[in-house]
Write a protein that binds this ligand. Sequence first.
Ligand code: SAM
Length: 187
Amino acid sequence: MTIQNIKSIFDSSCKTEGLPFGADKLVGYPQSFAHLIYNLISDLDIKCMLEWGPGFSTLVELKASKDLLLYSYEEKEKWTTDYRKEFEDKFPELATRLNFVLETDMDKYVKTTFSDEFFDMILVDGVERQRCLDRAYDLLKPGGILLLHDAHQGKASMTKDMIFIGTHKVNGTGEWTNVWVKREGKN
Ligand SMILES: C[S@@+](CC[C@H](N)C(=O)[O-])C[C@H]1O[C@@H](n2cnc3c(N)ncnc32)[C@H](O)[C@@H]1O
């Protein structure tokens, strides 16, 4: 998969409306953002993903590929219990590929339990955004995709030498998502 292919998935996803997989009853969700993560995962055949900050994105990601294994880090106990239960009740077939991690210690939340270069794709959309963005660089495989949602909030900025794919301005909202690719030897 070349950078040009990734840019082309990015550009076409940003133009879409509605939600993928007929999930359009969920009012208020940034629709083109859902297409962006859905298309990146399905078209790039992403197998191992980390997200900081679970929510509707968790469902979109697991729907995008039956081969995806997802690790989702959360710091709030109540949201973890409620969301995990709701997810397991509504989507038992997807829940087997979801590893929902409650971590209230912020150093451990940022560090995770994984070794470097473990993930194909990472979404930063929780707390401690700057530290998570920096840590994500180490956790990504070369060629891996990194997304920072709500980039417009200015809570984090890229400090590493990554290939910038673009800023997705989510339809009809003031929200931005920035996307980068980790350089491989030849890039
Ligand atoms: C920005 S949201 C994550 C959204 C998710 N990545 C998505 O795109 O759908 C970040 C945090 O908000 C909190 N959160 C999201 N939805 C919630 C809800 N319905 N009730 C309580 N907390 C919620 C959780 O703590 C979550 O980690």
